[in-house]
Design a protein around this ligand. Structure first.
Ligand SMILES: [Ca+2]
Length: 115
């Protein structure tokens, strides 16, 4: 009769620990899967830095990222013709010209050469 409450307490502790592990796993998976979702929506190969100042993403956006936020997110996370036709960083080249050239559409110092 004395073992029953102790067993019950340990079971409850294990249950709480399992629940905490499950929540932690779900949060980790959600964060990890968020990155490929957005980086797969733009044609460039700059990863999270396509839109964010920080190379690993999060926080303030660069000039292209601000246009992405304004145009692509309301359009259902789509790289639209309107976004491609913009020159987000004001360097004289549209975003559609910069991505194929391998230059960054969010920084005016990065622009196609030879034109
Ligand atoms: Ca540009």
């Amino acid at each position: 009769m004395m073992e029953a409450p102790l067993f019950k307490k340990r079971s409850m502790t294990c249950g709480v620990a399992l629940f905490a592990c499950a929540v932690f796993s779900l949060v980790t998976i959600s964060i990890a899967s968020g990155r490929p979702f957005r980086t797969g929506k733009v044609p460039g190969r700059f990863g999270c830095a396509t839109c964010h100042l920080a190379p690993r993403g999060g926080g303030e956006r660069n000039l292209f990222g601000k246009d992405y936020e304004r145009i692509a997110i309301p359009a259902g996370e789509e790289y639209t013709k309107e976004l491609g036709a913009l020159d987000s960083d004001g360097d004289g080249f549209t975003n559609d010209q910069e991505f194929p050239a391998g230059t960054h559409p969010g920084y005016p110092d990065s622009k196609p050469s030879g034109t």
